[in-house]
Design a protein around this ligand. Structure first.
Ligand SMILES: Cc1ncc(COP(=O)(O)O)c(C=O)c1O
Ligand SMILES: Nc1c(O)cccc1C(=O)C[C@H](N)C(=O)O
Length: 415
């Protein structure tokens, strides 16, 4: 991994085709924000859009907005805007509810589509909500939860038993930033008769995603990280078209009904991905998400990937060239670009105070127990020169020992 100079970074910024997007975000002065993999930055258009929904659509037009402002169809219109970002057709994605709830729906739907098989296979080390929701889904469906490392050999061994109904995997690992081969792992699951659910929380807006081309069955993702939808923004569900007539999710509410305004007594699922909806959605939060998706729909994802790899490479080249860095920093994220999401994870036994000392210098990353320093790279609002400066600051913090100041050891509830 080669190191480049600050001067070379400045030239890269000047030639960067994504640089104009920076102006479309509101970021405080004087910080380098490397936490967009946890909470994405605020698009400049969002406050105005939210104010319009509150003041005009709600305040003035009141209930007429369900039709006039397209509120009723918002899960589908937003789904159609997410679809091109994840390689899906417009009618295969709906936006609604949260990631955890949607994972639950997808898992139960998959179990029901694969009767006779009694194992929900997950990955050891996945984000805890995926693990907890899988446990809940297994309890409820009378199936069994099993976990293995997300490696092809371990997955294949577990799948070969022939009893796996569904596999749940994260496309990009939240802690290590490892990018998984969606096409190969989907094919592996299918070859063994299992369905697959992909968690796209750390890949939607971070890397190009090709759900349809890979043959995925279901996918779920949040929109508040790389997609800049805002804190707690609604999540999305992808339902492959071949499951549109048969998938049955467990939270059979009226927004997922075939004819909700018939107000009949029995549930009949809607056609298509709409059957994954349940109840009313947060329209104010939807407005914030729509503002960011309108921005994202103007973005070339190939350019995002190219710049993301260049930024992560630049950061690794300064902090842990060859896999190790100053003062015991070690690279956790795969060094091979094709196995890397848009994040760099480094480990250090004193990771927590190091991250705090770095934040005090204006470089915002985060820490994940037990020893991982995480840095997310968001090509729409980060430049090469500031990433160079952030990486240099990390090296200085580690080498100077300034993180040993006792105030950096004080733990916050949310980190
Ligand atoms: C892989 C993954 N899945 C799910 C979630 C979150 O689920 P929810 O949006 O329901 O809080 C996160 C992050 O919070 C995550 O990193
Ligand atoms: N969703 C979060 C929240 O509600 C509170 C605090 C953090 C989050 C996160 O998104 C964490 C994130 N998924 C992670 O990868 O660690």
């Amino acid at each position: 991994m080669t190191q480049i100079s600050r001067e070379a970074c400045r030239k890269l910024d000047a030639a960067d085709p994504l640089a104009p997007f920076r102006e479309e975000f509101l970021l405080p002065e004087g910080i380098v924000y490397l936490d967009g993999n946890s909470l994405g930055a605020l698009p400049r258009a969002t406050p105005g859009r939210v104010a319009d929904v509150v003041e005009r659509e709600w305040g003035r037009d009141l209930i007429a907005s369900w039709n006039k402002a397209g509120w009723w169809d918002k899960p589908r219109t937003l789904g159609a805007k997410v679809a091109p970002l994840v390689g899906a057709a417009a009618d295969e994605v709906v936006v609604g509810d949260g990631t955890s709830a949607n994972i639950f729906k997808a898992l139960v739907a998959a179990v029901r589509l694969n009767p006779g098989r009694r194992v929900l296979l997950g990955e050891a080390g996945n984000f805890p909500t995926d693990l907890y929701v899988t446990q809940g889904a297994a309890e409820l469906t009378g199936t069994e939860e099993r976990r293995v490392p997300a490696e092809p050999a371990a997955l294949e061994e577990a799948l070969a038993a022939g009893d796996v109904a569904v596999v749940l995997l994260s496309h990009v690992d939240y802690r290590t930033g490892e990018l998984r081969d969606m096409a190969a792992l989907t094919e592996l699951a299918h070859r063994h008769g299992a369905l697959i659910v992909w968690d796209l929380c750390h890949s939607a807006g971070a890397v190009p995603v090709e759900l349809s081309a890979c043959g995925a069955d279901f996918a779920v993702g949040c929109t508040y990280k790389y997609l800049n939808g805002g804190p707690g923004a609604p999540a999305f569900s992808y339902v492959a078209r071949r499951h549109h007539e048969t998938a049955r999710q467990p939270i059979s509410g009226w927004h997922g009904h075939a004819r909700p305004f018939d107000f009949t007594g029995d549930y009949e699922p809607a056609a298509g991905a709409s059957r994954f909806l349940s109840g009313s959605q947060p329209l104010v939060a939807d407005a914030a998400l729509e503002a960011s998706l309108d921005l994202w729909n103007r973005v070339d994802l190939a350019q995002v990937r190219e710049k993301s790899l260049a930024l992560t490479e630049l950061f690794i080249g300064i902090t842990a060239p060859g896999g190790t860095g100053p003062g015991g920093l070690r690279l956790v994220t795969p060094i091979e670009p094709e196995r890397r999401g848009s994040q760099v994870a480094l480990s250090h036994p004193d990771g927590y105070p190091i991250v705090q000392a770095l934040i005090a210098r204006g470089v915002v990353g985060d820490f994940r127990a037990p020893d991982v320093l995480r840095f997310g790279f968001t090509p729409l609002y980060l430049g090469y020169e500031e990433v160079f400066d952030a990486a240099t600051a990390l090296v200085e913090v580690v080498e100077s020992g300034e993180w040993r100041d006792p105030r950096f050891a004080e733990r916050e509830q949310v980190t």
